[in-house]
Design a protein around this ligand. Sequence first.
Ligand SMILES: NC(=O)c1ccc[n+]([C@@H]2O[C@H](COP(=O)([O-])OP(=O)(O)OC[C@H]3O[C@@H](n4cnc5c(N)ncnc54)[C@H](O)[C@@H]3O)[C@@H](O)[C@H]2O)c1
Length: 503
Amino acid sequence: MNRLNRRQFTSLAAAGIATASMPRLRAAGPNETLGVCVVGVNSRGNEHIRGFNHDPRTEIRAIVDIDESVGQQRVAKVAEMQGKKPKFFTDIRDAIDFDGIDILSAATPNHWHALMGIWGMQSGKDVYVEKPICHNIDEGRALVATAKKYGRMCQTGTQCRSSSAVRDAMQFIAEGGIGEVKFARGLCYKRRASIGPLGDYPIPEKVNFDLWSGPATFTDPKLTRRNFHYDWHWQRHYGNGDLGNQGPHQTDIARWGLGLNRHPNAIFTYGGRLGYQTERKDKNYVDAGDTGNTEISIYDYGDKCIVFETRGLDCKTTSGPEIEGFFGNEGSNKIGVIFYGSEGYLAQTSYEHCTAYDLDMNVIKDFRAKNVGDAHFANFIDACQSRDASKLNADALMGHLSAGVSHLGNISYYLGEQNHGSPDEIRQILAGVKSLDDNDATLKRTVDHLVGNGVILEETPLSIGAQLKFDPETERFIGNEAANAMLTREYRKGFEVPAPENV
Ligand SMILES: NC(=O)c1ccc[n+]([C@@H]2O[C@H](COP(=O)([O-])OP(=O)(O)OC[C@H]3O[C@@H](n4cnc5c(N)ncnc54)[C@H](O)[C@@H]3O)[C@@H](O)[C@H]2O)c1
């Protein structure tokens, strides 16, 4: 088999001279079992293992995790499930060299997604990359360019794209089922506790923290959060807050239903990381997370508009009838999208369920699905076998645009983080923000929710983000260099994500 070894591959890729003519590492025949390497297997990676194990067309041949104790447990589990032990690696670059791998499936933290996808595709593999497929906008562009240049399949882990309920509901909207639709509201009302005080915590044994940090800042020997796994979501060097965690599922559906295959023209976010001081009864408490747990992001697409509401505190009693009408008042979490049409509404209330209403809130159609996750892996495998990227339900461009909604909203928030204001001051600013929402009503609901959770806004006020203008074609902010600087990051040597023209 014609292969590049690791040294040749990494030096070509680093020099930006890996080309489409680079030899493919493997060319599985149409009926051959596809070899899978699952990367990052603590939590979501288990679903990747389950999904590929479930499909008879694939076999899991390698597991990669920088935490050896987690990785070895999954190796034992896969050996038991499929009767064949996969090889274990801690370094993705060694796994890329391993024979018999056709698919790389990544469920690592967000700061690694783009590089995993790019390295995988440059070495001749098809890739399934979790949402958000990138940690910043430029990384998304690079992934799109890589998939195109190397002719690889790149599926984004937004599995609602393969939900028959959501697909049928989006078709219903496209066919005019609720009239003309120009506005969608995405909701991530998802209770998130404090991740503990900002501190200096030990790195767990059997963890390679250098590799975990990869393209992000290397803070060794300091871990600033209590829990090593998962809680990185709320530290911006690695994660993207809940706007960029749960958010991309809903921003994706909102764009889909509105037919928006592009970035917005203007963005404004207000919010904060609020409420943990009240919970801890310590107004000086500093949580280790530095992403917003409360964000209202307004996206102007010209004649259409998306508003995305992120809440991390309890939402039981403070949603307001306009939300509860679609989601009910049971439980705290409300995650989904509401489309507002000229003749009715459509609410996506879970990955398996959507409901269409007339303007009097009578149900006109119900959409249900099963096994959404399996369907998404199966769709990816269909595309890998047929070598037809147009079959992918969530290709790299879809993933990039939907992650982009979250990244743009967060950039507005980060730029205005120190610019605090009272609800009255925010109301005055909102009067000048173009939106198809009732901006005052959404602000009032947000303030009621915070006050209802004991937040004293005079002590811990909301932040007023930057009002940003964006050029969807060039993917650059207009007249704001501080914002443009946040479209990328500083990469560590050896972990650079190439520019799109250098993939
Ligand atoms: N599609 C979905 O519904 C869904 C659901 C949950 C999570 N996710 C996504 O999955 C990803 C992982 O989330 P999680 O909750 O499992 O996080 P986690 O922190 O629990 O697990 C991440 C795993 O990746 C490993 N890892 C980190 N860097 C690595 C590297 N360079 N090489 C190999 N392994 C590495 C970690 O050791 C850990 O085992 C996130 O991006 C998240 O957004 C998607």
